[in-house]
Design a protein around this ligand. Structure first.
Ligand code: PLP
Ligand SMILES: N[C@@H](CCOP(=O)(O)O)C(=O)O
Length: 469
């Protein structure tokens, strides 16, 4: 399997190189050269099978020869053994034809664990085989950071630097990033928004010298490995609801567009998905884009679903690439307009192609709170605010196909918002009992590329040792 950049000017790479590269050298995102196909019989055979087995069948074609089958299998088994729920990603029914896909049973109580627990194992494996080290940088609006730190803490091969927006993550999210106590972990509080953090990460990738000096790698969903691991649960959920003999729709609380792009990828691989529904909070750039064809940033608003407080959705680039018939020149031009003016307009053919498969909806703060309260009253089920955004959108668009709404975080990560919405305070699970008492350790840095690069150079071990990547 080879991977190509959405901007068409970076070399094609195999799986292992794509995994370590993170962002492509031309600033684009890697996608597989062709979508592997799973037959109807294969998808039917997924019903009732363990998550890890399905994960192997879905991901093996993307990995190809780069990792031995037995190694891949055992990394998958180990990754999902960290999920105490036997189903890993169970479905819960909340309406006649409406299901939640609970993706928050991993170590940091958010869907990011599903991919991150595997990604860390894959990266460590490839780095060890090559005798290399890596410096991992990541931007987070709250959940990616904690999940990445939990997965990479103590890694012999990687130092990890996570940038989070000062004051814009929940206290639980912040402590998951700042209390690991591991020497290879660096949590960095930045004066700015998630978009500022993400722009700095991309700027570091676009600095060739810095990238080579520190052996830069990324764990945001710009990294294909993240998307690959997130494709799996679309298959497990749809198969248990009758796929391929029945179509299923998915509603996804969306920020950086990685999770819903994984659903699009599953569909490209042969999963019969009816509608893919983008659910946004007040930061509704994607809802507006689907309605108008114009992608236009206008500042990030802080909401009770902070992990979705994003205006520049990285993975939308992957969708434009696909919807334009893989027109890398078009993607490059649009991304240039975005960085120059903060906006671009999609050609009609591209937006129409997107509308053929996607719907979108927006949930404001009052509706999010009302949804948390209603679902608690109706179903005795406590939603986290991100999931509530999506449930509200999904309920307006229920159709014939069963609707699966992705439940992306445990409500106890956002106790203040949930308590305010419904009067019930969710408890953290026992695994997190002492989290709020642990001592925090993090650095605070200005929104300044030079300062950040200097900080990373001083602390990264990859640039200093003989084994540098
Ligand atoms: C809890 C939660 N829900 C939804 C999202 C949005 O997912 P994506 O960025 O893949 O669109 C995020 C952040 O990514 C999140 O942390
Ligand atoms: N919501 C995310 C933002 C980063 O998304 P990613 O999927 O690209 O890592 C977060 O919680 O950090």
């Amino acid at each position: 399997m080879e991977y190509v950049s959405t901007r068409g000017e970076a070399p094609r790479l195999g799986f292992a190189d794509t995994l370590l590269a993170g962002l492509a050298g031309d600033g684009g995102l890697y996608v597989p050269n062709a979508w592997p196909q799973l037959s109807q019989e294969t998808i039917r055979s997924f019903r009732g099978r363990p998550y890890s087995e399905i994960a192997y069948e879905v991901m093996a074609p993307f990995v190809g020869e780069d990792i031995a089958a037995d190694d891949l299998k055992s990394m998958i088994d180990d990754a999902y053994a960290t999920f105490p729920h036997p189903a890993v990603a169970p479905l819960v029914q909340i309406g006649a034809n409406h299901f939640l896909l609970e993706l928050f049973h991993g170590p940091t109580l958010a869907f990011k664990d599903v991919a991150m627990q595997l990604l860390a194992r894959l990266m460590d494996h490839v780095l060890a085989e090559r005798g290399q080290r890596a410096t991992i940088v990541g931007a987070t609006s709250g959940d990616t950071g904690g999940a990445a730190i939990a997965a990479f803490a103590g890694s012999e091969r990687a130092d990890i630097f996570i940038l989070f927006p000062n004051g814009r993550v929940s206290p639980v999210q912040q402590r998951q990033m700042t209390t690991s106590g591991s020497a290879n972990v660096h949590a960095v509080s930045l004066d700015g928004t998630f978009d500022d953090c993400q722009a700095l990460v991309k700027a570091m990738f676009n600095d060739r010298r810095f990238r080579a000096d520190v052996g830069l790698s990324g764990v945001n969903s710009i990294n294909w490995g993240r998307i690959m691991a997130q494709i799996v649960y679309y298959f497990t959920a749809a198969a248990s609801l009758g796929a391929p003999d029945r179509q299923v729709s998915f509603t996804v609380p969306t920020g950086n567009f990685g999770d819903i792009f994984a659903g699009f990828a599953a569909k490209r691989m042969g999963l019969p998905i009816d509608r893919l529904i983008v659910a946004t909070n007040a930061n509704d750039i994607l809802d507006r884009t689907l309605k108008t064809g114009r992608y236009e940033t206008d500042g990030v608003e802080a909401t009770m679903s902070p992990s979705m407080d994003i205006q520049v959705s990285s993975n939308f680039e992957r969708l434009i690439f696909e919807a334009s018939g893989r027109d890398a020149d078009l993607v490059r031009g649009l991304m240039q307009q975005l960085s120059q003016s903060g906006a671009f307009t999609l050609p009609n053919t591209v937006i129409e192609t997107i509308r053929n498969e996607f719907d979108a909806g927006r949930t404001d703060e009052a509706e999010t709170a009302r949804t948390i309260k209603n679902v608690l009253t109706r179903q005795a089920y406590l939603l986290d605010p991100h999931t509530a955004v999506a449930v509200n959108v999904a309920e307006a668009l229920l159709g014939e196909a069963p609707m699966v709404t992705l439940s992306t975080a445990h409500p106890a990560k956002f106790p203040d918002a949930v308590t305010q919405a419904c009067g019930r305070t969710p408890d953290l699970p026992p695994s997190h009992a002492d989290l709020m008492q642990k001592r925090e350790r993090f650095d605070t840095i200005a929104n300044d590329l030079d300062a950040l690069q200097q900080f990373i150079r001083e602390r990264s071990r990859a640039g200093n040792g003989a084994e540098a990547a």
